[in-house]
Design a protein around this ligand. Structure first.
Ligand code: UTP
Length: 466
């Protein structure tokens, strides 16, 4: 940036702060010396102050009436039962495998979140999750990439979204671990945007001397930042057409599942989503539905209770399709979402923030604005939902303990690996830990081919590596 432009930007910031009545920030700036002022203002040049005040005012003046809306269960490709469905599944698998082999799919893992509920210091991806070896999420995903690249002789880019808060630690973690055996230039990192957090009455918040309190702009920010980073256009120019999307905190994700990719391609969808049956009407999971004639996902907290709890005459949940946050996107669709400014709506949420007031640390509620990746679904010309088994694909780590915690995820991993061993003919004693590295086998079918288990009894903790 030229000096002149930099100066203009900084002057603009001061003007904006005045327009939005942020006198406490201006007073703070006036107390800083020239060098400190420079650092402070420089940090602000990366933040969209106009956007955050516009969002605050929109939410404040928002009419609470939801207007006319019409919700019905969405069409979902359910687990195949009939011959026709099984044949379509096989066809999908072949189509998905072809797409991978032809170097048309890249993988995006979003890992920019704050992991507040888990309460772990450091990026969530560095959390040790595997049951026997204590491998991190990042290692498990990298090993899947290695195994997939080998299986399909494919060049699969691994793209990781970080945020300002965890970018350095994430990159450093890969560097220190030698990229877990992946070629270094195969991994692309990009940072998502940050937005200033606001007090409940709509003011900017100081975080120490040099910066404002901020938050990452939500997982939906991935669809904006992948474009702004230039990675989207680079992938398209290299001939990639699809993106497999998942979150960092689900150790059961089957990266690049060819059946799922195949359904996405054969149905001509611009975005596809894996769904699981909701456990019960209380489960805190987004719901895949049809809203005013378009597929959509509604966050559990935004869906009316009557819909969340609706059951049919047999007692089955009507809106049963729970979001797993595993998607496939067409790259051109993401490009279109960005063509005339980023298209996704912002949501407002309260979060707890520790701030220093009069030399003591206080926890207080603040507002954050973010976008959700699934809000892209209604923009798609065609969307598709695919049912998968929860026990094989979905066990997110959200909380420190209880539901959706490291303990439940490890239990689910062990249960799944136990099934693989039993499918290979082995007998497995209960209460032991099992871990199968993706390098050894990517799925049950691969495992059964490799491990001859008939007559084998497994009675102590076991690890299958490469
Ligand atoms: P969650 O919404 O569960 O948030 O993110 P979180 O950061 O993991 O945890 P809490 O809510 O602070 O406790 C689901 C996935 O989306 C990513 C997270 O890294 C996780 O993989 N995410 C979320 C982002 O990449 N950026 C965001 O701004 C928010």
């Amino acid at each position: 940036m030229t000096e002149e432009r930099e100066l203009r930007l900084k002057n603009d910031i001061i003007k904006k702060l005045k327009v939005y009545n942020q006198n406490h920030i201006i007073e703070h700036i006036n107390r800083l010396n020239e060098k400190e002022k420079d650092v402070f203002l420089n940090n602000l040049t990366y933040l969209d102050i106009d956007l955050v005040f516009k969002l605050y005012s929109n939410f404040k003046n928002q009419n609470k009436e939801k207007g006319d809306f019409y919700i019905t269960p969405a069409h979902v490709i359910t687990l195949p039962k009939t011959e026709d469905e099984l044949a379509f599944r096989d066809k999908a698998k072949r189509a998905g495998e072809k797409t991978i082999r032809e170097n048309k799919v890249a993988v995006l893992i979003v890992a920019g979140g704050q992991g507040t509920r888990l309460g772990f210091e450091g990026p969530k991806g560095t959390f040790k999750i595997s049951p026997v070896k204590g491998k991190s999420f990042f290692q498990l995903f990298s090993e899947q990439l290695i195994a997939l690249s080998k299986k399909y002789s494919a060049r699969i880019p691994l793209i990781i979204m970080t945020s300002e808060e965890n970018d350095y630690d994430t990159r450093n973690f890969f560097y220190e671990n030698d990229y877990f055996g992946l070629e270094k230039d195969r991994i692309l990192f990009f940072k998502q945007g940050m937005l200033p957090s606001l007090t409940l009455s709509g003011d900017l918040i100081l975080k120490g001397k040099y910066e404002l309190a901020t938050n990452p702009d939500g997982h939906g920010g991935s669809l904006k930042a992948i474009h702004e980073s230039g990675i989207l256009e680079k992938l398209i120019s290299l001939g990639y057409s699809e993106l497999f999307y998942c979150q960092i905190d689900n150790p059961l994700v089957k990266i690049l599942d060819p059946v799922f990719l195949g359904y996405h391609i054969l149905t001509g969808s611009e975005v596809s989503t894996k769904v699981v049956r909701r456990r019960n009407i209380e489960e805190k999971v987004g719901v895949y539905i049809n809203l005013n004639g378009k597929d959509a996902i509604i966050e559990y907290s935004d869906m009316d209770k009557a819909y969340m709890e609706a059951v049919d005459e047999e007692g089955k949940i009507v809106y049963w399709a729970g979001n797993t946050a595993i998607h496939a996107f067409s790259l051109n669709f993401i490009k279109r979402l960005n063509d005339h400014g980023f298209a996704l709506p912002y949501h407002r949420a309260k979060k707890k923030l520790e701030i220093e007031i009069m030399n003591s640390i206080n926890e207080t509620d603040v507002l954050k604005f973010e976008t959700f990746v699934f809000d892209a679904i209604p923009f798609a010309k065609k969307a598709c939902a695919v049912e998968v088994l929860r026990e094989e694909e979905f066990s997110p780590v959200k909380n420190k303990e209880g539901v959706d915690s490291p303990e439940t995820a490890q239990k689910d991993m062990i249960l799944m690996f136990k099934k693989w061993l039993e499918s290979a003919g082995a007998r497995v004693n209960p209460d032991i830990k099992i871990e199968i590295s993706p390098i050894y086998a990517l799925d049950c079918q691969d495992f059964v081919k490799r491990f001859k288990g008939i007559g084998v009894i497994i009675d102590k903790d076991i690890y299958f590596g490469d």
